[in-house]
Design a protein around this ligand. Structure first.
Ligand SMILES: [Cu+2]
Length: 145
């Protein structure tokens, strides 16, 4: 019995599940758009961890991108992980590192919440909801690709 209780406690609250996402958001997309962004601040209250994957029911797949400068042009590059430092933060924001929702199955509407799951190397799955903000003029150029 005692073992069962311990196992249940470990499953419910793994000691290493220390990464949380603050203010996850995305942008509304025009009809026919195939991609959207995903932004948030990831915070670890303990050990370092890495985001090694992501998925959402509204997207065919979700990639992890960073933005790099090549001459005068900002380009996106896919990476295999985002590193969240021990006791620190990693910010996903327009013009920087971000999640890329690929092959959108439908437009994202302002005000709705879009489910998204992050896969952490140590912490397992982190389920969250992206708040859909309005389509903005500050939409990064890469959203057209
Ligand atoms: Cu991107």
């Amino acid at each position: 019995m005692r073992y069962w209780l311990i196992a249940a406690a470990l499953l419910a609250l793994p000691a290493w599940a220390q990464v949380s996402a603050e203010q996850p958001w995305t942008r509304a997309t025009p009809p026919g758009a195939k991609v959207g962004g995903g932004f948030m601040k990831l915070r670890s209250s303990g050990a370092a961890d890495r985001v090694v994957g992501a998925s959402s029911p509204v997207a065919g797949r979700v990639e992890m991108h960073i933005t790099v400068r090549e001459g005068d042009v900002m380009k996106m590059r896919e990476v295999t992980a985002f590193e969240v430092p021990a006791g620190g933060t990693f910010e996903l924001k327009p013009g920087g590192a971000h999640l890329m929702l690929m092959d959108l199955k439908r437009p994202l509407k302002k005000g709705e919440k879009v489910p998204l799951t992050l896969k952490l190397e140590k912490g397992g799955e982190l389920k969250l909801e992206l708040t859909v903000e309005e389509m903005g003029a500050r939409q990064p150029a890469h959203q057209r690709h």
